[in-house]
Ligand binder design. Structure first.
Ligand code: NI
Length: 169
């Protein structure tokens, strides 16, 4: 297993769209293992998407675990939101966007139903709300080349980009 470098905003690689996984083979399983290793080695990490990692041609995979004991790993392959409902406005941070400095409220659906493949390549479908719903939307955005900054109003985004410029000095 190996840790993979997490890309930092504004790395243009964060805009890549993930490649759909057609078969869960050994190569994909190795990437999943490396993603979990990277996740658990990163402080305060709730989830990672393959597109925010320095991988060539990242596949559509996200690994999630925000349990206190870090013992509830959830891996989703080709995840898509097939239904969403309600609204929430909660703080989000991102391992690729100055996680120690930036947290912003992002408008998301309160409840989402997600369809995906699990690590065994079986189709699964489930509904989540609250933090998990927020997390799923954040990660699926990553797989489509979006960060949470893309979900902010232009004015708010401009303010954050200014703040990032100051942080980089
Ligand atoms: Ni993120």
């Amino acid at each position: 297993m190996a840790k993979i470098r997490i890309l930092d905003y504004p790395d243009l690689k964060l805009k890549r769209v993930a490649k759909k996984v057609t078969v869960v083979d050994d190569e994909i399983k190795t990437i999943i293992a490396d993603m979990f290793e990277t996740h658990y080695a990163t402080e305060n990490c709730a989830a990672l998407a393959a597109t925010q990692l320095d991988l060539p041609n990242p596949p559509a995979i996200t690994v999630i675990d925000f349990s206190e004991q870090k013992n509830e790993p959830l891996c989703l392959i080709n995840p898509e939101i097939i239904h969403s409902e309600g609204e929430q406005l909660e703080y989000e941070g991102c391992m690729s966007v100055y996680p120690d400095h930036l947290h912003e409220r992002v408008k998301r659906a309160a409840c989402v139903t997600v369809k995906a493949l699990n690590e065994q390549g079986e189709t699964i479908e489930f509904t989540a709300e609250g933090f998990m719903a927020k997390c799923l939307q954040h990660e699926i955005d990553h797989l489509n080349g979006l960060t949470y900054l893309d979900r902010l109003s232009p004015l708010k985004r401009e303010r954050i980009v200014d703040k990032i410029r100051r942080l980089k000095k």
